[in-house]
Design a protein around this ligand. Structure first.
Ligand code: ZN
Length: 300
């Protein structure tokens, strides 16, 4: 019996993704949008590491689901969910990329927080991860599994960006306008992209594959014991996105929001104390995405 994804209230996941007739390959060329998402570097790092951690059975199953223009490469589909969320037919999916908590609330509660702006229960990153995990694990003949894989690979990453589980009043830092060194940006974008870009440029010669390799090496060495814990859910489930969300909002309160008021200038002091957190969240997301896919395909 395959294990199910865990939720504090999985019975509340009532929604079903809208079926669309447009082909995946046609949708694949939509414009990339950066709000509410790790930037492209973050998603590529996570999917490339996850792909390296797949079992042979899972790798073959994943490759069989990838659209032709993915060239057998999981990371090439990991931005798809952002590229379509503002397109006709997919606007319903925009709330699946994040979770809002009440202003100042550093905890996460599924029933309180996992909903969209019109209070549709289950319409958040956690509900969606449960939904797509369950589709792939228990009901393979009933769903578009290519889309399920593309959503799952993206949303497991998003939920690990601490400000994807941030305060409703500032939209997870999107409306906290400030400066990253001398560039005008917002706090959410600092965590999506600016810190990772700086790390890539300063520490890895501008080569994102070197950052990817460094994190993968940590996962198989200094973080080896941690990585085993990251991939384990308390109740033995395949995925436990409520846990990922609780971690994220806690990190948002501990690391992202402090020192980052509107108009602030964030520079070396912020970067040096926060980039280890961002690196570890990339690694955790990758380990968990691989673990979910390995578990789905090991148990079929
Ligand atoms: Zn996203």
């Amino acid at each position: 019996m395959a294990r199910r994804a865990q939720s504090e209230c999985s019975d509340s996941v009532l929604w079903v993704p809208v079926l669309v007739l447009t082909t995946v390959s046609a949708l694949f060329h939509g414009p990339a949008l950066s709000a509410h998402a790790w930037g492209s570097d973050g998603h590529h790092v996570i999917c490339n590491i996850a792909e390296a951690l797949l079992t042979e059975i899972a790798r073959e199953a994943v490759e069989a689901l990838l659209p032709d223009n993915a060239d057998g490469n999981l990371s090439s589909i990991c931005l798809w969910a952002d590229s379509i969320k503002r397109q006709d037919g997919y606007r319903w999916s925009a709330p699946l990329h994040y979770i809002n908590t009440p202003n100042g609330a550093c905890d996460y509660k599924y029933i309180r927080d996992c909903r969209d702006d019109v209070i549709m229960p289950g319409f958040c990153a956690s509900g969606a991860i449960n939904n797509y995990t369950t589709q792939m694990d228990t009901d393979p003949d009933q769903h578009n599994l290519t889309e399920a894989l593309m959503f799952l690979s993206h949303l497991v990453a998003d939920i690990h960006q601490p400000l994807h589980v941030g305060f409703e009043g500032d939209r997870g830092g999107n409306s906290v306008d400030l400066f990253w060194y001398n560039t005008r940006t917002n706090l959410h974008h600092v965590w999506d992209a600016d810190m990772i870009t700086k790390s890539k440029n300063v520490n890895f010669g501008g080569d994102i594959s070197r950052l990817t390799k460094a994190l993968l090496k940590n996962i198989t060495s200094v973080w080896k014991r941690d990585a085993k814990a990251w991939s384990t859910c308390g109740g033995g489930e395949i995925a436990c996105p409520d846990q990922y969300a609780r971690e994220s909002v806690k990190l948002a309160c501990q690391f992202a929001y402090p020192d980052a008021r509107r108009g602030a200038v964030l520079s070396d002091a912020y970067f040096q104390t926060r980039i280890p957190v961002a690196h570890k969240r990339l690694a955790q997301a990758a380990v968990r995405l691989a673990s979910i896919l390995n578990a789905i395909y090991t148990e079929v």
